[in-house]
Write a protein that binds this ligand. Sequence first.
Ligand code: ZN
Ligand code: FE
Length: 255
Amino acid sequence: MSLEIRQFLMGSDNFGVLVHDSETGATASIDAGDEQPILQALAQTGWRLTDILVTHHHDDHIAALASLHHKFGARIVAAGADSHRIPHIDLAVKEGDEFTVGTLKFGVFDTPGHTVGHIAYHLPKQKVLFAGDTLFSLGCGRLFEGSAEQMYHSLQKLARLPAETALYCGHEYTLSNGRFAMKVDPSNKALAARMHDVETLRAQGQFTLPSTIGRECDTNPFLRADQPDIAKTIGMEGQPAVAVFAKLREMKNKA
Ligand code: ZN
Ligand code: FE
């Protein structure tokens, strides 16, 4: 296996992720919101930064782009659709594009919703997904720019990946997401079990990510808007899944 992944926190809840190809030494940072923790992770691993894969334009994901670009000459990969607001893009990508970091072959998904230009990165062979602020464990990103319908379809696209696909995302929000999930999906035994694990992990200061696509399909209410139990619990019985999803997102904003 030539893939190694290092996950760490930046600030209180932003995840930093380094993706390393041990065959060539190439190393990509997924987003770059904060320089110091990324430099520290690079120093600890001895890896040299060659690429930065940007999921979306929010400051907590791009604030360190310019400085890391200059320090390492790292190539910046980002959505071409966001070239007006993400600086220094070297490789502009969109849905269906493929590119490599060393020998690692990445695919790109457009995942509008949180922002309209949001993208996710996928390693199909290794079955790893970097979902940014689209899909969280037990939750999903807020709709800052896109519509509920856009976000619903973005999430459905990610949910169709193989169940064993490892899920990395932009934030450690699982505990608060889970508290909301338990309210709208109270009879879900897999969710209750996951919450128990999440509470234990957080109490020990450990991360709840990576998750897997299969686990999220079983426990994440935002991937389960088609489940009659959830619709019923939130007073949306018989409504289309996308409407149930929109209502769930609204309720979570106020939770
Ligand atoms: Zn964001
Ligand atoms: Fe974020």
